[in-house]
Design a protein around this ligand. Structure first.
Ligand code: HEC
Length: 403
């Protein structure tokens, strides 16, 4: 029952996190779009201090949007801020990290073949790494390096790649992926909380007080612009990383951390194309290079179809009894119609392995998960040996051939 309720909790928190994230990124895409489509306003609007305006139709009505140079003469009674989208994405993301990784089945975060640490230690390391990376970013953005966009981007990228590599040595692939995603997401929310919102508050104060704009407002605005540019480049990578942790072909690859680094580069570079185009610079070569790199990555990640096939035709036929024993020892505590593992109340991913015949419908997936990538058994908590993996692989191949 506890496992069942835990699943519901994870599902509901994930649902909320997704909705909050859609609202945040959606609003930020919308405002980027608005800024890029503002047109020069008619003179009477210019006289009011409006620098750009735009007409749109949506949901059965016309909308007239106007953007001021600085602010309206008088502060409107009601002003909408866009900050809770970001904050609630962060809070629900943290909740999800706890529910799934720190309080869920250890196999999601730990890998018996890697560091031998307790869940509590792993959680402390995970949270510590996120906090440390954030502190590093906050230090860098206040340093002179922040003035050099390219150099800053390179340093930040190097830090993230190093974090990915280090986390891969400690955690399961999936645990490492989610923490890199969490680091990036946390930096993005901090950009809102520590830079963008304070700058907006200063602007509102300055408009409320009237008179000459405070030079502090311009300084804060420049920093906020920088942070918002960083968020813009991080958006596509963070979304990709968040969903790629549902694809074992990526995170359980032996080069998982490098794959993550490549994904980060390709997605941020592709974003650069759109940013340039918004500024009127059309450079399709960027998209072509991104696409070529993506194709190279897909090729690199492709499973070695020979794994487990080396001695498939050799005399040593693997008996059904051996494979049944392997499944019982390493798989069916979870992959059963009635799992005995306390963390699961139903067979994970819908894969039931109680009987050998059930391997027929899931053979390819099982080979991929337990023979090619070692993603299964989850976190290798049952210490499945390489020999057992090869036996399972050979059996699956000979079964396929005999059909
Ligand atoms: C500790 C519990 C546990 C054990 C033991 C376990 N699995 Fe899994 N398995 C899971 C979970 C949880 C998932 C879903 C993972 C996800 O959502 O990414 C899964 C998913 C899978 C998948 C689907 C992977 C995909 O492509 O999404 C396959 C195939 C699989 N397991 C095979 C096996 C085999 C074969 C064994 C034994 C060698 C095994 N599992 C042992 C928990 C377990």
């Amino acid at each position: 029952m506890a496992a069942y309720l835990h699943e519901w909790l994870a599902l509901l928190v994930r649902w909320f996190h997704l909705i909050a994230g859609v609202a945040w990124i959606g609003a930020s895409f919308y405002f980027i779009w608005l800024d890029n489509h503002l047109r020069e306003p008619p003179t009477w609007k210019k006289q009011k201090g409006i620098k750009g305006d735009l007409w749109a139709i949506h949901g059965g009505g016309f909308y007239e949007v106007a953007k001021y140079h600085l602010g309206p003469e008088k502060m409107p009674g009601e002003l909408h801020w866009f900050k809770w989208e970001a904050y609630s994405t962060f809070l629900s993301g943290m909740a999800l990290l706890f529910v799934v990784y720190y309080l869920g089945s250890p196999g999601y975060l730990l890998d018996a073949g890697k560091a031998d640490i307790s869940m509590a230690t792993a959680a402390a390391i995970g949270l510590g790494v996120i906090a440390f990376a954030l502190a590093l970013y906050e230090g860098l953005i206040r340093s002179p390096l922040a003035q050099n966009g390219k150099a800053f981007g390179l340093v930040l990228y190097a830090i993230l790649v190093f974090a990915a590599w280090a986390l891969f040595q400690l955690f399961s692939g999936r645990g490492a992926f989610i923490h890199v995603g969490a680091i990036i997401g946390t930096i993005m929310v901090a950009n809102v909380f520590l830079g963008i919102i304070p700058s907006q508050r200063a602007l509102v104060d300055s408009v409320t007080q009237g008179g000459e704009p405070d030079p502090k407002v311009a300084r804060l605005a420049a920093l906020a612009k920088l942070r918002s540019t960083h968020n813009n480049y991080l958006t596509l990578p963070v979304l990709f990383i968040m969903i790629s942790n549902h694809y074992p072909m990526l995170y359980s690859h032996p080069w998982g951390w490098a794959i993550l680094a490549a994904i980060g580069f390709i997605t941020a570079f592709a974003r650069h194309f759109f940013n340039l185009r918004h500024r009127g610079v059309n450079r399709p070569s960027i998209l072509v290079v991104s696409a070529c790199l993506a194709a190279a990555l897909i090729w690199f990640v492709a499973p070695d179809t020979g794994a487990g096939a080396s001695t498939a035709n050799a005399v040593t036929r693997i008996s059904d009894t051996t494979v049944t024993q392997i499944l019982e020892k390493h798989c069916t505590s979870c992959h059963s119609s009635q799992p005995s593992h306390p963390a699961f109340q139903a067979a994970p991913a819908g894969i039931v392995l109680d009987e050998l015949s059930m391997l027929d419908s899931h053979g390819a997936q099982v080979r991929q998960a337990a023979v090619v990538t070692h993603y299964m058994p989850l976190g290798n908590t049952t210490s499945m040996s390489e020999e057992e993996r090869q036996q399972l692989g050979q059996w699956l191949i000979s079964r396929q051939q005999s059909k």
